[in-house]
Design a protein around this ligand. Structure first.
Ligand SMILES: Nc1ncnc2c1ncn2[C@@H]1O[C@H](COP(=O)(O)OP(=O)(O)OP(=O)(O)O)[C@@H](O)[C@H]1O
Length: 768
C-alpha cells in the first residue's frame, strides 16, 4: 500500500526539515568544539614545558617533575581524544544530514497508554533534550522494523523479550533532504522498496542493505548466542551483505568491548576485499581485518612460496595425488597430526646444531638430551620453553671461555683506537689496567656476537621444522590406516618424495602449508591469536576441513560465522561433501546455529530460474520477483564467430552504460579473449590477478576470480562441451552463471556443455 496522501507527506516533510535543522545545529556546535580542542591542543603542545615544574635537585622533586609532565601529557591526550571522537561523530552527522532516516514505526508497548513513534536511520541522533529524533538501525527496538508484520511482535532487548503491537510501518526514500517517495507496508519489508533497490545498476563496490534487510537476514545479523553460526545460502541470497551488516551490528552491540581489529574476515580473493571495503565505512564503522587464507598462511612461512589460487585452480592432478590432497585436507589428518604431536613428547623431535662462527656450538645430541631430560609429564610447550631457557644459560656460561679464544684476540688487535673506543660505555671511560680494558672489550665483542645465537634460540631455530614435517610424513603409513582412505603405501611414498623436492625448491602446496603450520604450533606451543573475538569465513565451501579446524585452533577465543553455498565449490575436492559434518565436531552443538537463505536477490527471476536448472541436487532456491530477459544460448560455428558475437554483444551493452563480465574458464583464455577483442577495437579490462581493482565497463575475468562478485550482465564465454565436461565442474558453471544480475548470455561452439543439458528449454532463448 502506498501512502502518498498529500497531507501526511507534508507532515513528514516538515518533520524531516526539523530533524535536518537540528542535525545542522549540532554540526556547527561540533565543528566549533573541535576547533577549540585543536587550538587548546596546539597551545598545550607549544607551551608544554612552561607549565611543567622542573626541578633537578633531589629525588622527590624529580618525581614531582615527572608527575607534572604526566599530567600535561594526559591533558593533551584528553584533548586529542575528545576532538577525534567529535570528528568521528561529525562524519556520521554528515551522512545523516542528507538522509537522516529511512523508516518510521508506530507501536504500543504492553501496558503503556498511547502509541510511540520512532524513526530509524544509519545512526542515533538525539536533540539537546536527549530525545531520540533518530534511532540507530541496530538498536534493539529497530528490530521490529525488519522482523514484524503489523500486529503483535516481539523483540529482544537487554532486559529480555518485549512484546509490542505494531500499528504503522512506513518507508522513505529521501534524497538531499527531500522525501522522494514513501510507502506504508503491512509486510516485513515491502517488496516495492526492495525492487527499487534491486533494479539499480551494479557497481564496482558493494553497497549497504540496511534499509531493506530481510527477516531471515536480520536473524543472522543480530545473533549473539552462537559460537558457530553457519549460513547456507543460495547464490545472491545476501550472505555477504548480511555478514557485513552483522559486523556493524556487533561493533555497535559490544561498543567499548569490541574493536574492529578484533574481527577478522576471510574472503575468497583479494579482488573481493576491494569489492566490499566501502560497506562498513558507509555504515560509519571501521573495516575489520580482512585477508585470504593464502595471505594468512603464507605470511607465516616467508621462506616458502605457497601455492596460490591461480596455481590451485589450474593445476592438473593425477587421480592418486588428488586422493592424497583430499586426505591431507581432511579432518582425520588434522587429528592425526594432533596425535603425532602428542607422541613427540616421548621422542622424535628433529633437532639442528646451534652453530657459532660456522662451528657447532651446541650440538643436536646435547639439545636432545636437554629436551628429553625433563619430566615425562611436561607438555610440548613447557618442554620447548624449558629447553630454550637451558640453552640460553649455556650460552651465558660460554661467554668467559669464548673471550679467551683466538678470534677475539685477533679482532681486538685489529681494531684502531677509534674503533676500540666505540666499545666503551662512555667516550672517556677509564680502566685500571690494560688487562682490564682488554677484558671489557672482549666481553662486549663476544656478547654482541652471541646475540645472533640467542636470537636463533629464541626463535626455536634449533628445531628443524622441515625435517620434522618430513619425519611426520614418513611416519604416516605406520600410524595411520592409509588403505581406509583409498591410498596405498606406494602412492603415499611417491607423494612424500614429491613434496620433499618441492620443499627443497622452497615451494609449499596449499594443503601442506596448513599441516606444516599446525605442526609448528604444536611443537612451539603457540596457542593462536587469542585477542580475536569474531571470525567470519565467506565461501566456506572452498575451505577444507583441515583449514577450518586449523582456523578454529588459531582463534581459540573467537566466535565463528561461516557462510557458504554448498552448490558453489570452485575447487572440486571431495572432502567438501562432508564439510558440515566435520565442522560440527569442532563446536558445541548447543551453541551451533544453522541459518538458511533461500531467496536470490541478485538476479532477475529469469536468470535465477535458469541457474537453478544447472544444479542437480540444488538446495531450495526461490527467485525474487524481478523481471528481465531470458538468458540466451548462442551456438557459434567456430571460435572466430564466437568472438564476433561477443564483440557485438559488448558493444550493445556498453551503449547502455552497463557493466559486463566475460567469464572464461582459465586465465589463458581470458588473456586470449582480451587480445582478440582489442584487435577488433572493443575496449575491455582484463582482470588477470587478485591485486587489481574492479572498474566499470567490460571486464574479462577467469572464473576463479569472479567468486562473490556480481555484474549487470554476464557472458559465459566458450561454454562448449569440450571445455566443461566433468561432473565436478557443475558447481563452477553454476557459480559463473549466477554472477549475472540482469542479463546472461552463454556462448559455445559445436556442442554446449553437457552440464547445461538438463535445463528446461522454456527457460532460455536460443540464437544460432
Ligand atoms: N535485503 C537486501 N536488500 C537489498 N539488496 C540485497 C538484500 N540482500 C541481498 N541484496 C543484494 O543482492 C546481491 C547479492 O548479495 P550478496 O553478494 O551478499 O549474496 P551472496 O549470498 O554472498 O552471493 P554469492 O554466494 O553468490 O556470492 C547484492 O547486490 C546485494 O546488495
Amino acid at each position: 500500500m502506498t501512502s502518498n496522501n498529500t497531507q501526511s507527506r507534508k507532515v513528514e516533510q516538515s518533520r524531516l526539515d526539523h530533524v535536518i535543522g537540528e542535525i545542522k545545529k549540532r554540526q556547527q556546535k561540533l565543528t566549533q568544539s573541535i576547533k577549540r580542542a585543536k587550538t587548546e591542543e596546539k597551545n598545550l603542545n607549544e607551551h608544554f614545558y612552561d607549565d611543567v615544574k622542573i626541578n633537578y635537585v633531589g629525588d622527590s622533586t624529580t618525581i614531582e617533575t615527572a608527575l607534572s609532565i604526566r599530567q600535561q601529557q594526559q591533558m593533551l591526550m584528553e584533548r586529542n581524544n575528545s576532538w577525534q571522537h567529535a570528528s568521528g561523530r561529525l562524519d556520521v552527522l554528515e551522512k545523516l544530514e542528507n538522509n537522516p532516516y529511512f523508516a518510521r514505526v508506530d507501536f504500543k508497548e504492553k501496558g503503556e497508554p498511547g502509541p510511540e513513534t520512532i524513526y530509524i536511520g544509519l545512526s542515533s541522533f538525539t536533540n539537546d533534550k536527549d530525545e531520540f529524533l533518530v534511532y540507530d538501525w541496530r538498536a534493539p527496538i529497530s528490530s521490529i522494523y525488519y522482523d514484524g508484520k503489523l500486529g503483535d511482535v516481539t523483540y529482544n532487548s537487554p532486559e529480555g523479550k518485549q512484546d509490542v503491537n505494531l500499528s504503522l510501518k512506513r518507508q522513505f526514500i529521501i534524497k538531499d533532504g527531500q522525501i522522494e517517495n514513501m510507502f506504508d507496508t503491512q509486510e516485513t519489508i515491502g517488496d516495492q522498496m526492495l525492487l527499487e533497490v534491486l533494479n539499480e545498476k551494479s557497481s564496482s563496490q558493494m553497497k549497504t542493505i540496511v534499509t531493506t534487510i530481510q527477516q531471515e537476514q536480520n536473524a543472522i545479523i543480530r545473533d549473539t548466542d552462537s559460537d558457530l553460526l553457519f549460513v547456507q545460502g543460495a547464490a545472491g541470497s545476501g550472505k555477504t551483505s548480511a555478514v557485513l551488516q552483522r559486523i556493524a551490528y556487533l561493533l555497535y552491540r559490544y561498543r567499548g568491548n569490541l574493536t574492529s581489529d578484533q574481527v577478522i574476515m576471510f574472503s575468497p580473493n583479494q579482488l573481493f576485499n576491494d569489492y566490499v571495503q566501502n560497506v562498513l565505512p558507509e555504515l560509519g564503522e571501521q573495516n575489520m581485518v580482512q585477508m585470504t587464507y593464502w595471505q594468512f598462511a603464507s605470511r607465516r612461512v616467508p621462506s616458502f612460496k605457497v601455492q596460490n589460487l591461480f596455481q590451485q585452480f589450474e593445476q592438473e592432478q593425477s587421480p592418486a595425488s588428488e586422493k592424497i590432497t583430499n586426505l591431507k585436507s581432511s579432518y582425520a589428518f588434522f587429528n592425526l597430526l594432533t596425535r603425532y604431536g602428542n607422541r613427540l613428547a616421548r621422542g622424535g623431535v628433529q633437532f639442528r646444531d646451534i652453530k657459532f662462527r660456522g662451528e657447532p656450538f651446541i650440538d643436536k645430541e646435547k639439545i636432545k638430551e636437554i629436551y628429553y631430560g625433563f619430566n615425562s609429564n611436561y607438555k610440548l610447550m613447557n618442554r620447548i620453553e624449558a629447553t630454550k631457557e637451558e640453552l640460553i644459560k649455556i650460552l651465558n656460561r660460554r661467554v668467559s671461555s669464548e673471550m679467551k679464544k683466538k678470534w677475539v684476540q685477533e679482532m681486538i688487535e685489529g681494531l684502531s683506537e677509534e674503533q676500540l673506543r666505540m666499545f666503551y660505555q662512555q667516550p672517556d671511560q677509564e680502566f685500571e689496567s690494560g688487562d682490564d680494558e682488554y677484558k671489557f672489550i672482549a666481553k662486549r665483542i663476544v656478547t654482541e656476537s652471541l646475540e645472533s645465537v640467542a636470537k636463533y634460540i629464541n626463535n626455536f631455530r634449533f628445531i628443524n621444522f622441515s625435517a620434522q614435517y618430513n619425519h611426520f610424513m614418513q611416519q604416516v603409513p605406520r600410524i595411520f590406516d592409509l588403505e581406509e582412505h583409498g591410498v596405498t603405501t606406494a602412492e603415499w611414498q611417491a607423494e612424500v618424495k614429491q613434496t620433499l623436492s618441492k620443499m627443497k625448491a622452497k615451494e609449499l602446496p596449499i594443503e601442506d602449508v596448513s599441516c606444516y603450520l599446525y605442526l609448528y604450533d604444536l611443537l612451539t606451543g603457540k596457542t593462536g591469536e587469542r585477542s580475536m573475538k569474531f571470525v567470519f569465513i565467506d565461501e566456506i565451501q572452498d575451505y577444507t576441513p583441515f583449514q577450518i579446524a586449523y582456523l578454529k585452533f588459531n582463534f581459540p577465543n573467537a566466535r565463528f560465522t561461516m557462510l557458504g553455498d554448498l552448490n558453489q565449490t570452485i575447487l572440486a575436492t571431495e572432502p567438501n561433501q562432508r564439510l558440515l559434518a566435520d565442522i560440527s565436531h569442532l563446536f558445541d552443538p548447543e551453541k551451533t546455529s544453522v541459518a538458511q537463505l533461500t531467496t536470490s536477490y541478485r538476479s532477475t527471476k529469469q536468470v535465477t530460474d535458469f541457474t537453478r536448472g544447472i544444479l542437480r541436487n540444488g538446495q531450495k532456491i526461490t527467485a525474487f520477483e524481478r523481471i528481465g530477459p531470458k538468458p540466451v544460448m548462442v551456438s557459434c560455428s567456430d571460435e572466430s564467430e564466437m568472438i564476433d558475437e561477443l564483440a557485438d554483444q559488448l558493444t550493445a551493452q556498453a551503449d547502455k552504460g552497463l557493466t559486463t563480465a566475460v567469464i572464461t574458464k582459465s586465465l589463458q583464455e581470458s588473456k586470449d579473449v582480451f587480445n582478440l577483442l582489442k584487435q577488433k577495437g572493443v575496449k575491455s579490462t582484463l582482470i588477470g590477478s587478485e591485486n587489481q581493482r574492479l572498474v566499470e565497463g567490460t571486464l574479462i575475468v577467469p572464473a576463479y576470480l569472479a567468486k562473490g562478485l556480481e555484474f549487470d550482465s554476464v557472458v559465459m564465454y566458450n561454454a562448449s562441451d569440450a571445455v566443461y565436461q566433468k561432473e565436478s565442474e557443475r558447481q563452477l558453471v553454476y557459480t559463473i552463471a549466477s554472477r549475472a544480475m540482469h542479463t546472461l548470455a552463454i556462448l559455445y561452439t559445436n556442442q554446449k556443455s553437457r552440464l547445461l543439458g538438463d535445463i528446461d528449454e522454456s527457460l532460455y532463448e536460443v540464437k544460432i
